[in-house]
Design a protein around this ligand. Structure first.
Ligand code: URA
Ligand code: SF4
Length: 193
């Protein structure tokens, strides 16, 4: 049983895969460690690597807006982390062996938080966490329940910036998320008053 401090310091000095070589910062995660809702992205980009926080670049600003639209806030009632904690060079996809080296940290984070709802962002995170044969364009917004935890794959905000025609569908997924929160953990909204 590790605790948060042990886990975070272990992660921040990790050299278990080649992604440690080019990093400026390990991007451990941000948010409420008691959050009922957890978001999982793929891996840090340039700004995330420089600032040490997930989703702080352009895609992150869009994510913040969509969170705000359903009364969520990265600092208050959600926790956000990535599959890999160090930036892949040139923002390439994290490779399978890199994901496998890193996933233990995410599993520990999830174990400590015990979220009621997990939302994956983008194809890579959806395939790793929800199902390996996920077809993200067709299956985003579909809930599955696993051992009492509700999971939904969402489109990646960076993909939305490239393809604005998907914006409406993505927004609909956030409304589905709001409905699910009201159903399974209404205290998230009661707490904000
Ligand atoms: N994309 C991700 O998947 N994660 C981040 O933290 C930033 C961009
Ligand atoms: Fe360690 Fe994960 Fe960074 Fe690889 S990506 S060095 S496993 S923290």
């Amino acid at each position: 049983m590790t605790n948060w401090n042990e886990l975070e310091s272990k992660c921040k000095s990790c050299t278990a895969c080649r992604l440690c070589e080019g990093r400026h910062n390990v991007v451990f995660g941000v948010g409420d460690r008691q959050a009922r809702v957890m978001f999982i992205g793929e891996g840090p980009g340039e700004q995330e690597d420089l600032q040490g926080e997930p989703f702080v670049g352009r895609a992150g600003q869009l994510l913040d807006k969509m969170l705000y639209a359903v009364d969520l806030d990265r600092k208050k009632n959600v926790y956000i982390a990535n599959i890999v904690k160090c930036r892949p060079p040139m923002n390439r996809d994290p490779q399978d062996d890199e994901q496998d080296s890193c996933i233990g940290y995410l599993r520990e984070q999830t174990r400590l938080i015990r979220p009621k709802i997990i939302v994956t962002l983008g194809r890579i995170a959806g395939m790793k966490i929800i199902k390996p044969d996920l077809r993200i364009t067709r299956e985003h917004g579909e809930w599955i329940e696993r051992k009492g935890t509700w999971m939904m794959p969402m489109l990646h905000p960076a993909a939305l910036l490239r393809n604005q025609s998907q914006m409406e569908g993505a927004f609909r997924d956030f409304l589905l998320l709001r409905d699910k929160i009201k159903e399974v953990c209404p205290e998230v909204y009661e707490d904000i008053g």
